[in-house]
Design a protein around this ligand. Structure first.
Ligand code: ATR
Length: 280
């Protein structure tokens, strides 16, 4: 390998379905850069020693995915404001010898909506389904865009209460039984639960209660057109699938490691969609 080859990784357990190598290798080719981006499967018990060896192994940084995002948060020498607010790290890079932990999920979420539903952030009220890790990134993005009335709905109410405590008065915890009433006047509905994954039934909500100009988006991107998005289109609502969040969240990391800001193009999207079709 040439001496100026920069190396990055995605680390998770298991890693079989990660599309990150395809995305970053596409950008490396597009920018004609000397660089590598490799999947590395690391079990939880080996993650700490993996991270402590990164510098020695010559890595510029990498992505961290399930189940290592909280541990990466703990192990980073310094964290960005986004990572602190979200409580998880998905991107690592070195500044000198300091290992910095960032979180690009909130950026990816907002950039996807900016691209596919411009004006989405002019609404006052949003409804977020789910209160797991993805939900934290979504809530952070909504707050950053000035949305000050966020109804957070989850099967386990204690998790919504924990997030409301964490993010403050803009977040109102709501139980599933009250979900439909929250949709009145909401400009945005976000599904961050795993409901709808791999063609399963989506969250059961009364979409007819949303205003006609509302945007509905799903974090789930397999399938691209989830049951929730399908039903929303049938109601005439604007919909945005979750694949763009995956594509956009990758861009800041690439820039950190390889020094050039990549662009999410239709060509890249088509490449990943074709791969999803091939492995379906
Ligand atoms: P992620 O990091 O992707 O957000 P997670 O932390 O495991 O993953 O969160 C999964 C979310 O999907 C949670 O909001 C979960 O609800 P609970 O907090 O009640 O577990 C939600 N979820 C998963 N299966 C569900 C189901 N069958 N019905 C309703 N919600 C479900």
């Amino acid at each position: 390998m040439a001496e100026d080859t920069r190396r990055a990784f995605v680390c998770g357990f298991p890693l079989a379905h990660s599309r990150s190598p395809m995305i970053h290798r596409h950008w490396l080719r597009e920018h004609a850069l000397l660089g590598t981006y490799d999947p590395i499967e690391v079990p939880p018990e080996a993650f700490e020693s993996f991270v402590s060896g990164l510098r020695e192994q010559g890595f510029a940084g990498g992505n961290v995915t399930i189940p290592h995002k909280e541990e990466a948060f703990r192990l980073a020498d310094r964290r960005t404001a986004e990572a602190e607010a979200i409580g998880a790290v998905n991107t690592l890079w070195f500044e000198g010898n300091t290992l910095v932990g960032g979180n690009t999920d909130a950026y990816g979420f907002a950039a996807n909506l900016d691209e596919r539903a411009p004006g989405w952030d002019t609404c006052d009220k949003a409804v977020v389904l789910g209160a797991g890790g993805a939900s934290r990134a979504v809530i952070y993005a909504l707050l950053q865009r000035g949305i000050r009335d966020i109804r957070l709905v989850n099967r386990t109410l204690s998790r919504t209460e924990a997030l409301a405590d964490h993010f403050g008065a803009a977040v109102t915890p709501v139980s599933w039984t009250d979900v439909d009433a929250q949709l009145d006047g909401a400009g945005l509905l976000v599904n961050t639960t795993s409901l709808g994954m791999k063609g399963a039934a989506g969250p059961d909500v009364d979409l007819a209660r949303l205003p006609r100009q509302a945007v509905v988006t799903d974090i789930v991107y397999v399938p691209l057109q989830t049951a929730l998005l399908q039903a929303s289109s049938e109601q005439g609502l604007r919909t945005v699938d979750g694949l763009g969040m995956l594509l956009h969240q990758a861009a800041p990391g690439f820039e950190r490691w390889f020094g050039q800001r990549p662009v999410v193009t239709p060509e890249l999207r088509d490449l990943v969609v074709a791969d999803m079709g091939a492995s379906a």
